[in-house]
Design a protein. Structure first.
Length: 896
């Protein structure tokens, strides 16, 4: 309440921040008249001038007004688009490493050109991150005209590019690509054996488009490069066969009181908690599962919860999750004989992505499709930890304010809401709540019919493929013409969404399908023109190598259903003009009757997704409206708001078929959504806490790899100080001395009684590690010596063996072979370490039952595993390189 009163008096923090940026906009606008007088070559030369000023000590902030004025003028000349003042504000926000929330249709793609150009002047590379290959290619070609006009180079990362092509793209001043491609290139670079093969050149500045989708929605799915594991897939089928024999107990929504737990256990073999998306075996379920899988239990063990049977218990739990929590056509689809994940936020298919920890295999077993082997992780990183590598990070989206806390806590990013260029005319109608889902769908169909009869276009948002098909079926029964857009029909996505603003059109779409494509009232003449050129067969299909997104004087180019086309410019302009006249007239008609109407069929778990759907209407000052239709049977209402909202409904008097519209209900639903958002944030934060442990280890290993490739290794210094840097030969010699010391300490150190020293074992170990002749080592008398004295005696033959090798093998060849062997050892040990961490993570949750914090336990044990891995790396390197035998060729030359 106090905050609300203060905001009215002195303005919100956002309003105060915007006010501070106004003078910068005034300064940029003041330069416009002079900049417009420049010729094209003079405008292009401004880039050289700005770079020279930067080299002479001026900062990017000092260059900002001039740089933005140059970009605005280039946009006007090249793209026929002039940046609005609010877009300049968005550009400043991005340059300062913040998130700019800009409503749909406010030109985010154009806004990015301002900070991208300014930061590219430093010559360190700017990465513009998009959600798919199509948008990366489109934006790089479209905005690339502006950058190239100003003398900057532009690259784009596409899935099919080879390493040489990627190096060229990353070498450009500005590089477009998807979050997946940037992340996987980082992992692949850190698996390479030559610095010359690295494709990325650092992480200077990134602008993330649809930042909420990439940094929040996808943050739960790590990027993984994997290889096939040895494990058989038979157990998945076996476990899957017993799941139907287990009886479902009561379904609960959240934590159950301790006194009710005993009664709950009696209701079945397992309990489903819909709120936390978990399923737990009861005692009866445990006994039944043990009986059905008796032949798989380790003999004489204590049942499924015995540590030796943990892998089997893990399979049973994943099998239960697959059968009870993951639904066909909601969470996944069967496509080409395989299980493909459906993105719960966008409704899009995610080919190539797989659930981890055997869950994907359990779903494959459930659906009776071929089980792909569980892969062993070779390299992995979460998007949180990848994007935190950038010196400066910024992002843009239509909806970020509801997740401001997460952006700040995880990424240290502040969200700033940018005002719209024109006043928002959209009417947001109150939520309409029905008792049952059937009543709700009847009301939705009636609303659609009413809008279609009036000529208003309607866009209907659903949360899953199954729900969109159910609604489509109801409309077909009533003879209502409509189009459906979900993951099954994703190929036509852009075309369907672009035409969703035509008079009388009804479009059903899952969640945020078609994001990034504007809905123009009256229709999109560009898309209509393309459709006609295809229908009249005057468009020429192009091979991918000749494809373009930017038209030239002779041809117009476009993309349709994964294919590229071109059509002669005069032909296209004739067709386009006819459609433009039609859509302009239709636009005015649709505006007069109220614009696009958004119908949401239920609330999403995240308010942000609801806001994105609403944001499809009312772009650039157009009229529009939105309404949410809900029922007490919706998942969100049932699982998260049931008791409070049901009680509220009864108070307000709820009858069959009669909806309730009340601010109290809307507020109660919003509270339920905040509860889910907080829970989902906790899940992502929890995953990040575990990944942060691995991230420190990953960065240490990747730093060692890079140093080995550079031939200069840095030792760890004292707290807060950098250690000594030495050449690779000195590093090897130092390492071998350390291994000798630790070997002597193990067999003859202070912890070993002098009378119990095992000299033969010590000598065998030294001979075995360094590849020395056992007889020569055996002949050395070590009795009665301290470990330092032993080292003085043993070191000369050890170093002599290495120096003899240096005499035989050319130094450059020897160093290269040593480097490759060291990298192979590091990679093999890191792979095994990741495998150990996966297994540690699987069972660590059980430590909670012993009143120990699983995260603290994980940190301690993973650190112990990491230090043991480092010791193994050191010993393996010395063992391999000292035992390396030169091979003599016919001409007597030695090689490794």
């Amino acid at each position: 309440m106090v905050n609300t009163i203060l905001a009215k008096v002195i303005g919100t923090q956002n309003e105060r921040d915007l006010k501070k940026l106004r003078p910068i906009v005034v300064e940029i606008n003041a330069k416009e008249a002079d900049i417009q007088k420049l010729s094209d070559p003079q405008l292009r030369d401004k880039t050289l001038e700005l770079r020279a000023r930067l080299a002479n000590g001026e900062t990017l902030d000092e260059l900002l007004a001039d740089a933005f004025a140059v970009v605005r003028e280039a946009g006007r000349r090249v793209l026929k688009m002039r940046h609005f003042d609010v877009q300049l504000i968005g550009g400043v926000v991005l340059h300062r490493g913040r998130i700019a929330e800009m409503k749909t249709g406010e030109g985010k793609t154009l806004v990015a050109t301002l900070p991208a150009y300014l930061n590219a002047l430093a010559g360190k590379g700017v990465h513009v991150v998009t959600v798919n290959d199509y948008l990366a290619r489109r934006d790089s070609e479209w905005m690339g005209r502006l950058y190239r006009f100003l003398g900057l180079s532009v690259g784009v990362i596409q899935h099919e590019l080879n390493d040489q092509e990627r190096q060229v793209a990353y070498g450009a001043d500005i590089t477009y690509g998807t979050n997946n491609e940037f992340g996987f290139d980082y992992l692949r670079d850190n698996m390479k054996f030559d610095l010359a093969h690295y494709v990325q050149r650092g992480h200077h500045f990134a602008i993330v488009d649809e930042v909420d989708s990439i940094l929040i929605d996808e943050a739960r799915t790590p990027l993984i490069i994997s290889g096939p594991a040895e494990e058989s897939t038979d157990l998945y089928y076996e476990v899957d066969r017993i799941i139907p024999s287990l009886k479902s107990g009561r379904v609960v929504q959240g934590n159950v009181k301790a006194e009710d737990r005993e009664e709950l256990e009696k209701t079945g073999d397992y309990i489903i908690d819909e709120k936390h998306k978990t399923v737990t075996l009861t005692e009866s379920g445990m006994a039944r599962a043990e009986k059905l899988l008796a032949h798989r239990l380790v003999p004489d063990s204590g049942g499924l919860y015995d540590p030796v049977n943990m892998p089997l218990l893990h399979h049973v739990q994943q099998g239960l999750r697959a059968h009870t929590l993951f639904r066909l056509d909601v969470d996944y689809m069967i496509k080409d004989g395989g299980v493909v994940i459906v993105d719960e936020f966008t409704g899009r298919l995610m080919p190539g992505r797989r659930w981890s920890d055997g869950l994907h295999q359990a779903v494959e077993a459930k659906e009776k499709v071929k089980i792909e082997r569980e892969n062993q992780t070779l390299a992995t990183v979460t998007f949180q930890n990848y994007f935190r590598k950038y010196s400066k990070l910024s992002g843009m989206t239509g909806t970020a304010d509801t997740e401001a806390e997460e952006f700040n806590k995880i990424y240290k990013l502040d969200v700033m809401v940018i005002p719209t260029n024109r006043v928002l005319e959209r009417v947001e109608e109150p939520d309409t709540v029905y008792r049952t889902e059937k009543e709700k769908y009847d009301a939705i169909v009636n609303d659609i019919i009413e809008k279609q009869q009036s000529g208003r276009p309607a866009l209907v948002g659903t949360v899953s493929i199954a729900k969109s098909e159910r609604l489509s079926h109801l409309l077909k029964l009533r003879g209502i013409k409509h189009v459906v857009l979900n993951a099954k029909y994703h190929a036509q996505e852009a075309e369907i969404v672009a035409q969703a603003g035509r008079k009388g059109t009804v479009t059903i779409a899952t969640n945020m399908a078609g994001r990034g494509t504007d809905i123009l009232l009256g229709g999109n003449p560009e898309f209509m023109g393309r459709q006609q050129t295809l229908g009249d067969e005057i468009a020429e299909k192009l091979p991918k190598s000749e494809a373009k997104f930017v038209d030239d004087e002779e041809f117009v180019y476009f993309f349709h259903l994964d294919n590229f086309y071109r059509v002669s410019r005069p032909e296209y302009e004739r067709i386009f003009a006819a459609h433009k006249a039609q859509t302009d007239a239709e636009h005015d008609e649709v505006v007069d009757i109220g614009g696009l109407h958004i119908i949401a069929t239920e609330r999403h778990e995240a308010r942000r997704i609801d806001n994105q759907l609403r944001g499809r209407a009312g772009r650039q000052g157009d009229p529009g409206s939105s309404r949410f239709y809900l029922s007490l049977e919706d998942d969100l209402m049932r699982i998260f708001g049931s008791d409070r909202i049901s009680g509220l409904m009864q108070k307000l008097g709820m009858e069959d078929g009669v909806p309730i519209e009340h601010g109290m209900v809307t507020r109660a639903i919003e509270r339920a959504q905040k509860q889910v958002e907080a829970q989902n944030f906790a899940v992502r934060k929890h995953l990040l806490e575990y990944d942060d442990v691995m991230n420190k280890q990953r960065e240490s290993v990747y730093a060692l790899r890079r140093q080995l490739l550079e031939g200069k290794i840095q030792f760890e210094g004292e707290e807060g100080q950098e250690g000594e840097v030495i050449e690779s030969r000195a590093y090897l010699v130092d390492l071998s001395e350390q291994i000798l010391e630790s070997t002597l300490d193990r067999y003859a150190g202070q912890a070993v009684d002098p009378d119990e020293r095992d000299y033969p074992a010590l000598k065998n170990a030294v001979a075995e590690i360094y590849g020395l002749d056992p007889a020569d080592v055996e002949a050395i008398d070590l009795e009665g010596m301290t470990t330092d004295q032993m080292a003085d005696v043993l070191w000369p033959p050890i170093i002599a063996k290495y120096e003899a090798k240096e005499q035989l093998i050319p130094v450059d060849i020897l160093r290269r072979v040593e480097r490759d062997i060291m990298l192979q050892i590091v990679d093999a040990q890191w792979k095994d370490h990741l495998y150990s961490l996966d297994h540690l993570k699987e069972g660590i949750g059980l430590r909670g039952y012993g009143q120990r914090d699983p995260l603290v336990e994980y940190k301690k044990e993973s650190y112990a595993l990491f230090m043991a891995m480092k010791d193994r790396i050191d010993e393996e390197i010395v063992r391999y390189l000292w035992r390396l035998t030169p091979v003599l060729s016919e001409d007597g030359q030695a090689s490794a």
